[in-house]
Design a binder for this molecule. Structure first.
Ligand code: UT7
Length: 328
């Protein structure tokens, strides 16, 4: 079995900053409420004319440069997103065109905020089977485009961004050690966009009823998350025979600071070992864990040899965790 890890990494956030003060002007909310209930101070929104594929392409170009590879070297692009540019066609093929990865096959993974973990897991398997040698895995979202900007319960949480990882063989002792993926299927509006798919095609009435926007039962998602994150992390640790007390940095999905704190407590991982950047970007769904990795790299906090755990949850309801020894 090859040691599969990350050869190059990149991240991108759009320029437009949306602060809590900006939200105060739109809905009945306050910086104090948002900060204490979520930990979020600001988020980034894609600017006019920017689609998810544009954010993804920017992150991808940085990851390729970091890996010292050309776009033509990539054999497969896996893009995790629940906010693709178009309902049909895959968003990864748009990225292929934008970066010139002419030799790559492309598909998207829709596992919402768990998507980056799912995609790294699939990428690792496809390299281990010998099918591909260089895979580009991306997590990218423009959630801001699908928010009801009058709904203070949901809209204040989310932001846009992208992360990208070039995957390939790494030296012995490094790379992905184990991963775990789980799903607790629901069909009740816990977290979804109801209209615009095949069950409830978009009609003028559904658009006017705002059914084309993200709906969420925050309390139910919260309860699910505080159980799912520690469960997935423990399962991944068990599969990899990893003692969680040896983890150097935990990279949780940045959805809510209180969820992260509860999960860390259940895992007995001190908060000093938990990477946080939720205050800067809010919840960026499939991009969130990768944006955290990207920031940790830029700060020099994540270094070669560090043992890290990624853990996330999202619509579906999906959840998962992945453990690796950083190889760059
Ligand atoms: O990637 C996965 C995506 N989703 C999540 O991770 C969401 C998980 N859930 C959460 O993060 C939390 O449940 C929320 C942040 C969404 C809500 O926090 P909460 O502590 O569970 O608040 P709540 O829903 O129980 O609401 C408490 C109060 C309510 O007022 P009343 O009914 O007590 O008068 C809400 O209407 O806070 C009110 N409220 C707000 N007030 C000011 C809800 N949103 C806001 C707001 N500003 N933005």
């Amino acid at each position: 079995m090859e040691n599969v890890g990350i050869l190059g990494f990149g991240k991108y956030v759009p320029e437009r900053v949306m602060t809590n003060a900006d939200w105060e002007k739109l809905v009945d909310t306050s910086d104090e409420w948002i900060t204490t209930r979520t930990g979020i101070k600001e988020r980034r929104y894609a600017v006019d004319g920017q689609g998810t594929s544009d954010l993804a392409a920017e992150a991808a170009k940085k990851a390729l440069a970091d890996a010292g590879l050309n776009p033509e070297d990539i054999e497969l692009i896996i893009l995790a997103t629940c906010t693709p540019d178009y309902r049909v066609q895959n968003c990864s093929s748009l990225v292929q065109k934008k970066i010139g990865a002419v030799n790559a096959a492309c598909f998207d993974i829709q596992a919402a905020c768990s998507g980056f973990i799912y995609s790294l897991t699939v990428g690792r398997s496809l390299i281990q089977t010998g099918m591909y040698k260089k895979i580009l895995v991306i997590g990218a979202e423009s959630v801001s485009r699908l928010l009801d900007m009058t709904d203070r319960n949901t809209a204040i949480l989310f932001g846009d961004g992208a992360c990208a990882a070039v995957m390939g063989e790494v030296e012995e002792g490094y790379g992905i050690i184990s991963s775990y993926m789980g799903t607790e299927g629901v069909d009740d509006g816990t977290l979804r966009i109801k209209a615009g798919g095949t069950m409830y095609p978009a009609t003028v009435e559904r658009v006017l009823n705002k059914e084309i926007y993200l709906e969420m039962n925050g309390t139910d998602v919260f309860k699910f998350a505080v159980k799912a994150l520690p469960f997935a992390t423990k399962e991944a640790a068990k599969k990899g025979n990893v003692d969680l007390s040896t983890i150097d940095i935990l990279f949780p999905h940045q959805a809510n600071l209180r969820i992260i704190e509860a999960a860390a407590k259940r895992l007995r991982i001190p908060m000093e070992k938990v990477y946080l950047n939720i205050h800067k970007y809010g919840n960026t769904s499939a991009a969130s864990i990768g944006l955290a990795i990207g920031d940790a790299l830029e700060e020099g906090r994540l270094k070669k040899g560090d043992l890290i755990a990624l853990t996330g949850f999202g619509a579906g309801l999906t959840y998962g965790s992945l453990i690796m020894r950083w190889s760059k």
